[in-house]
Write a protein that binds this ligand. Structure first.
Ligand code: OSB
Ligand code: MG
Length: 373
């Protein structure tokens, strides 16, 4: 394939409700949607998942825009690739880091490749499952009572896993309240987004008593060593998110036992090729994986759904229907789940299996730019 043109469009999507994690609250999701076109006129779509603020990773939407426009596109445009798996090694030669920006382009190329081959992205990636169990990620709530109410609603809607964001002061009491009201068997986990240090061991030990499926990224966002010290003192599996930026970090995690579960976000690790490598490695090592979310629009969600259809994504992902995030999604049909909390993978459709609402995207765009050779 040969990419001839990349059109970047940034849109600001108001969230149905604000989302609070340990490092900040957001009410609007800024996303950049990429439209790739090849020499045969085939189009591929993708979404850049970097943040508004550098409070999850150092990458942001503004940085990604610059990186894609000034560094990645000039490397990509007009160059012939036999397979989208060649893209990241090529980009990595001259550009260090910036995985989310690279991923946006790489994942667009996979989507384009699926369309060229007239098959689904899920099939191209090697997915096997046609229905996926969904999970929800609940932001930090103002009170334990409010959290209990949210978890109850989520379970009634059919979600198979409830992830609760925590930070110091909004942790043990909150989760205890949920356990007390909703029982010990509810599939609960917490995500700290690096809100703790080893000085908080007491609190982390209390969370360890609450029968959680896992504790996600308790310590520093770039650490795999202190997490090993922590894991050695907990029964609950530690799950790494921020720290796993590539296959090598997953190898480090296993070697050091700094975590026992991996949250794979294709954007964070540089796209699909790296995600598949981490998936295969974790499968071989008996490490469960699940697909995380970055408050994606329906475009990024489509990519997550396709990836999560692979065999070893054995834990429900942060995979919620469009209505939990947006009044109106950027794709049609919107993402939905059934009353059993299952989401259909568009396995027998072409590409990501969703239509981008181009008119809407264009009219909403706060900036757009067409990059050509
Ligand atoms: O840590 O998993 C995270 C959203 C933005 C940044 C980081 C995270 C999240 C989520 C949202 O938890 C999950 C979703 O998209 O539903
Ligand atoms: Mg996380």
């Amino acid at each position: 394939m040969q990419i001839e043109r990349i059109t970047m469009r940034e849109v600001h999507l108001p969230l149905v409700e604000p989302f609070t994690i340990s490092s900040g609250t957001q009410t609007v999701r800024r996303v950049t949607i990429l439209q790739l076109e090849d020499d045969e006129g085939v189009t591929g779509w993708s979404e850049c998942v970097s943040g508004e603020q550098p409070n999850y990773s150092p990458e942001t939407q503004d940085i990604s825009w610059m990186v894609i426009r000034n560094w990645i596109a000039p490397q990509m445009l007009g160059r012939r690739f036999k397979h989208p798996g060649e893209i990241i090694p090529w980009l990595d030669r001259e550009i260090r880091g910036h995985r989310m920006s690279k991923a946006a382009v790489e994942m667009g190329a996979w989507e384009l490749q699926a369309r060229r081959q007239e098959r689904s992205l899920a099939q191209l990636l090697g997915g096997t499952r046609k229905r996926l169990a969904t999970g929800v990620s609940l932001g930090i709530q103002p009170s334990p009572e409010k959290l209990v109410e949210k978890v109850r609603e989520a379970l009634q809607e059919g979600f198979h896993k409830v992830k609760i964001k925590v930070k110091p002061g909004y942790d043990v009491q909150y989760i205890q309240a949920v356990r007390r009201e909703l029982g010990d068997e509810t599939p609960l986990m917490v995500d700290a987004n690096s809100a703790y240090t080893m000085r908080d061991l007491d609190v982390l030990r209390q969370l360890d008593e609450l029968n959680l499926m896992m504790i996600e990224q308790p310590l520093a966002w770039d650490d795999v060593v202190q997490h090993a010290d922590l894991q050695a003192q907990l029964r609950t599996p530690v799950c790494l998110d921020e720290s796993i930026t590539c296959l090598d970090r997953a190898r480090d995690m296993v070697r050091l036992d700094s975590g026992r579960i991996v949250n794979i976000k294709p954007g964070r690790v540089g796209g699909f090729a790296e995600s598949l490598a981490i998936h295969d490695f974790c499968c071989e090592k008996g490490i469960p994986v699940w697909c995380g979310g970055m408050l994606e629009s329906g475009v990024g969600r489509a990519h997550n759904v396709a990836l999560a259809s692979l065999d070893h994504f054995i834990i429900p992902g942060d995979l919620s229907p469009s209505r939990r995030y947006w009044q109106q999604d950027l794709v049609e049909p919107a993402w939905e789940m059934d009353e059993k909390g299952m989401m259909q993978v568009p396995f027998d459709q072409i590409g990501m299996g969703r239509q981008v609402q181009l008119d809407r995207l264009e009219s909403m765009a706060v900036r757009s730019e067409m990059l050509e050779r």
